[in-house]
Design a protein around this ligand. Structure first.
Ligand SMILES: [Zn+2]
Length: 111
């Protein structure tokens, strides 16, 4: 794996974690823990999917991916998170939000 590949992967993970954290903070979280149990396992699941993505560095963002590698339950859960946190990311984490937007404009590699 090239340096830039792992940077891209790390950024995707950071973005998805921020989105889940934002959602959880406004919907479930109690006390000091940043994520409730459900969101913690959703985040772990999302990390796994990102690491195993067959498109790797060239992938567009998951919303545009033709593969849909998420299981039905997780897909529904992450979709809710994205719908809520997506627009809010621009305000709270503009750098990540803009990079995510740039990534979403990538074309899928033709093979
Ligand atoms: Zn939660």
């Amino acid at each position: 794996m090239k340096m830039s590949d792992s940077r891209r992967v790390n950024r995707e993970k950071e973005t998805v974690l921020k989105m889940i954290t934002l959602y959880c903070y406004d919907h479930h979280t109690v006390g000091d823990s940043p994520l409730c149990e459900d969101c913690q396992s959703l985040a772990e699941y999302a990390f796994q999917r990102i690491e195993r993505c067959p498109y790797g560095i060239q992938k567009p963002t998951c919303a545009k991916c033709p593969i849909h590698c998420y299981r039905a339950d997780e897909r529904e859960a992450i979709r809710k998170v994205m719908r809520y946190s997506g627009p809010r990311m621009i305000l709270r984490h503009p750098r990540l939000a803009i990079l995510h937007l740039v990534d979403s404009l990538r074309k899928l590699p033709t093979r």
